[in-house]
Design a protein around this ligand. Structure first.
Ligand SMILES: Cc1cc2nc3c(=O)[nH]c(=O)nc-3n(C[C@H](O)[C@H](O)[C@H](O)COP(=O)(O)O)c2cc1C
Length: 183
């Protein structure tokens, strides 16, 4: 396990995963990291869905790819022609915007970063994955909502792919021009 600053520094978006599955212990650690995230007023207005079932992953892959907008499809074709980058796990963070309208998505952002940093700390790759919404916009959406056991009133906020990276790390360059110091 790496410390937090190292995990923050070394995390990057993984866009190709090996075939290696995650263990139950790894999934448990990732789930714990997500559940330990703070939420505004401790509302915890989210549902976390940890998907490792290969058949369900295959359905997410196929149904999502089929509805990609043309320009996104072109990008994904160039990136290897998969939506989920062959990841063995996807975590869906669904939120209840009706009961927690102001902070539901901000909370989800913190949860997903916890997941990504926990993955990094465990030596795994991760992808914070907005495109996880596409399967839920496909013709298979109703069946998938059932299969993923999405609760009534919960909507997609963000998702996260996790697995063993098949590519070298490529963290983005930091831009110190973004910082204003008032010293
Ligand atoms: C909210 C959010 C949604 C993202 N969605 C996707 C996605 O659907 N697919 C993808 O390949 N990368 C996705 N990314 C990854 C970003 O493209 C990536 O973080 C950015 O290019 C910086 O690169 P780095 O993560 O390697 O530092 C997403 C990142 C964020 C924060």
């Amino acid at each position: 396990m790496t410390n937090v600053l190292e995990a923050i520094k070394n995390r990057y978006t993984c866009r190709k995963y090996t075939d290696q599955k995650l263990t139950d212990d790894q999934i448990k650690k990732l789930v714990d990291a997500a559940l330990q995230a703070p939420t505004a007023m401790n509302a915890q207005a989210f549902q976390l869905i940890a998907v490792t079932n290969p058949e369900v992953l295959a359905k997410l892959e196929t149904s999502g790819y089929a509805v990609l907008p043309a320009e996104v499809k072109q990008r994904m074709d160039q990136r290897g022609g998969t939506l989920l980058y062959n990841a063995p796990a996807i975590f869906y963070i669904m939120v209840d915007r009706k009961t927690h309208p102001v902070f539901a998505d901000l909370d989800a952002g913190i949860i997903v970063e916890n997941l990504a940093l926990a993955a990094q700390s465990l030596g795994l790759g991760s992808t914070i994955f907005g495109m996880g919404r596409f399967p839920l916009q496909s013709s298979e959406a109703q069946a998938l909502i059932k299969e993923l056991q999405i609760k009534d009133g919960f909507e997609f906020s963000i998702s996260c792919l996790v697995g063993y990276s098949a590519l070298p790390p490529t963290p983005h360059a930091v831009d110190y021009a973004k910082v204003t110091y008032i010293s």
